[in-house]
Design a protein around this ligand. Structure first.
Ligand SMILES: [Zn+2]
Ligand SMILES: [Zn+2]
Length: 434
């Protein structure tokens, strides 16, 4: 092969690469629209999970496509450069990690001028500056945290403070829980007693309720000690279910959480699918007449075998490596706790089959079969896409029809071989540098 034919081969590689990059821009547009319209929301946990299932990308690459697709939605200059085959997908991927609508034009210039390696180095340096600025902001906020507690002239205690966002969220959540507990108690008190006219009618204002809630928080903290114990013991959900409800969601009966909140029959069936349970028998008047021993619905040996067999969530395209044991035929219906009647499902997909109408059954050959709520099959492997006999020719013809003229030098960088000074480049370009 002489040099000229090798040059032509090289040119062909460069030209086809530009076409593929332009086609990738179109692909990303489609992904962005599909995601925005929730097209993946057919049992998949995310657009990336759907993409991995449908087109066979590895999960990391799928997440990256979705991320870049989103980013390009607000970065029109980079999007256009990719669509014209002027910037490779690799460069666009790197640049979208740091680009904002304000810095996009400058970063596009970096992309045009530099090689992919230059772009990678600039982006890394850029992120360091971003992170430093972010760390400064976090440190500033942290330094401004404060809680002032002082006594007013009339003896009331006044509280004023600034909390870091995550601490504030914690406080708000605790106040809400305390307020709800007080409110429940109050409702119970009111309904139990004959209301006395002087105290009953007036519902406390939100501010008053918050003050009461804070008092309850303080009491609770001192009462139960400051050490919260192991995270697993902190919160526990107890559901009381009437037996007929477990067997048939339409049966009369009730499912209530320990605090009195009602949950749907479907939810109680999901919680009961894989749980420890204590059976209590009630007399017709509601008195508990018998309490059984606490048992796990799925004994440890079967659970180990289930994990070993299923490895992860069995829902098509999911495969999360941990999950709950789902009874294909619910134990309340007489379904046995055997491997053949169990399937491992992640929390998200366990909800899908109990509460969102997805169906799963086991075929005579042992394979699981999932269906959407509308009854359509959800296959483990999607049907192959139709592709033309010569996909490359079809791609070139389409770009030609769009008036996109790509050639071997379309994506060539403007770089002339000078040394790249990353620090200087970022000092000049980054809005927060220096
Ligand atoms: Zn279940
Ligand atoms: Zn899953």
């Amino acid at each position: 092969m002489d040099m000229r034919s090798l040059d032509r081969l090289g040119d062909e590689i460069a030209e086809l690469s530009a076409h593929l990059d332009a086609a990738t821009a179109h692909l990303l547009d489609l992904i962005r629209e599909f995601d925005a319209r929730g097209g993946w929301n057919t049992g998949f946990r995310s657009c990336a999970a759907w993409l991995a299932w449908r087109v066979g990308l590895d999960p990391g690459a799928a997440r990256e496509r979705v991320r870049v697709a989103h980013a390009l939605g607000t970065l029109p200059l980079l999007a256009r450069a990719l669509a014209r085959g002027e910037l490779s997908y690799a460069k666009v991927r790197a640049l979208t990690r740091v680009a904002t609508p304000e810095t996009e034009a400058r970063l596009l210039a970096v992309g045009r001028a530099g090689t992919a390696a230059h772009v990678e180095r600039i982006v890394r340096g850029w992120r360091r500056v971003d992170r430093k600025a972010e760390a400064r902001e976090t440190a500033r906020r942290h330094a401004s945290r404060a809680l002032h507690v002082y006594q007013d002239e009339d003896g009331m205690v006044v509280i004023r403070g600034r909390l870091a966002p995550e601490v504030g969220a914690l406080l708000v959540q605790a106040l809400t829980a305390a307020r709800e507990a007080l409110y429940q108690q109050r409702r119970a008190d009111v309904s139990a007693e004959t209301p006395s006219p002087d105290v009953s009618a007036k519902t406390p204002t939100m501010a008053e309720q918050q003050a009461d809630a804070l008092a309850l928080l303080a009491e609770t903290a001192l009462h139960s000690g400051i050490d919260p114990g192991a995270p697993g013991e902190r919160y526990q959900v107890v559901v009381h279910v009437d037996a007929p409800v477990l067997a048939d969601p339409d049966a009369p009966g009730q499912s209530v959480l320990e605090d009195g909140t009602h949950v749907s029959a479907e939810t109680s069936r999901r919680l009961a699918c894989d749980a420890s349970r204590v059976v209590m028998r009630h007399a017709p008047d509601g008195q508990v007449v018998e309490v059984g021993a606490r048992t796990r619905t799925i004994p440890p040996a079967i659970r180990r075998a289930l994990h070993h067999r299923d490895r992860g969530c069995r829902f098509p395209g999911c495969g999360l490596p941990f999950g709950q044991g789902h009874h294909i035929r619910h134990w309340a219906h007489g379904g046995p706790t055997t491997l053949s009647n169990l399937a491992l499902l992640c929390r998200r997909h366990h909800r899908a089959v109990h509460e969102e109408g997805y169906q799963v059954d086991r075929q005579p050959d042992g394979e699981l079969r999932f269906r959407r709520p509308d009854g359509r099959l959800l296959p483990e492997v999607p049907p192959p896409a139709a592709i033309p006999a010569d996909p490359v020719q079809a791609l070139l013809a389409r770009h030609d029809a769009q008036g996109l003229r790509l050639h071997a030098r379309t994506a060539i960088p403007g770089w002339l071989g000078e040394r790249l000074n990353v620090g200087w480049a970022i000092d000049v370009m980054h809005p927060l540098a220096g």
